[in-house]
Design a protein around this ligand. Sequence first.
Ligand code: AMP
Length: 414
Amino acid sequence: MSTATVLVVNSGSSSIKYQLVDPVVGTAVASGIVERIGEDSATLKHTSGDTTVEREQPIGDHGEGLRAVLGLFEEVGPDLTSAGVVAVGHRVVHGGSVFSTPVLVDDDVVAQIDALSPLAPLHNPANVTGIRVARELLPDVPHVVVFDTAFFHGLPPASATYAIDRDVAREHGVRRYGFHGTSHHFVAHEAARVLDRHVEDLATIVLHLGNGASASAVLGGKAVDTSMGMTPLEGLVMGTRSGDLDPAVLIHLQRNAGMSVDDVDDLLNRRSGLKGLAGENDLRAIHQLVADGDEDARVALEVYAHRLKKYIGAYLAVLGRLDVLVFTAGVGENDDEVRAAACAGLEGLGIALDPERNAGRKKAPTIISADWSRTTVLVVPTNEELAIARQALEVTEGAGLSRDDADPAAVGHA
Ligand code: AMP
């Protein structure tokens, strides 16, 4: 472990995920999760080295949750003072049109994130709560916010703009913001590093395929298009989200099927995607259903792969060429069948996998294309926590709050 660590915090509406990251060595020193905050009984899991502690206890709110986490650091380790925590990095989902880079937290920043809540009603209020309690409990370390949208802040108007009435769009912030930006940025840069190329020289497509899924087109290290839009609902078929569909479907369901706005929200965000098509959102379960002869699951896989292929083709056209295609996140890293289905038949576009290289789960960056493929296809495991930790460290160093200036003894918690 090097001398500086960053505590990365990801607050959901009823959960707190955290990792104590060594941003130089690139490893997690400790990690954990508090779930079901506010319910009868919450669960806590904390891992430090080889030790994992799991608990169940009532946790009323995020303040109590974070206090419990700090208690676990004291009890199980590592001790936060000797771990040299130089910053707390908070993941924030929506930075709107306001935030294009990670920033040091102050009261104004918190208020601005809160004001963006209408754009991400499920996420930003939870992020704000997490930041508030963390600042109260860890007042002596700088806090930095890293936005999921930031990498896409500079999207060209051609890809960021929806073709609707410009006044309505401006008044209500209706444009494409993009999400998973921390992962897309990390993976695009990591792919260039692995290939010993400069990211500035590359045209890259990143496919972040997790339970949520998104694609991005990256030219010279900058995002020029991405599949998620004003919210994380647009684009690819996901675990429980529909991705792209005719907007008139919403009008139809509300006019003719007696569905309310909330019903439609629930349908498209939680009862669609693979879950809607096949009853399961996990690709492992879908493959099992297909093996058992389930026709709906087979079609679900086809719809999933077809959408991926459409985005690969579209972004190849947007970029004008394709040097690198990268798969990442839970599905992208682990599911060789999905990777093969997404690339099947694309040889004419210069994309050809090597079946042996593609086979199996990938825990490290791996080239999976054939030698003769014009595009190099890779799997690069994403690591959003490490990316957040590194960005938080950069911001604190840039603000003159480097380790040399910090008083390590002051890193205790209130
Ligand atoms: P993430 O959101 O990145 O954590 O990805 C979670 C998703 O990854 C799960 O819902 C599964 O669909 C997928 N996944 C995880 N492990 C595997 C695996 N071994 N094979 C296929 N898919 C997997």
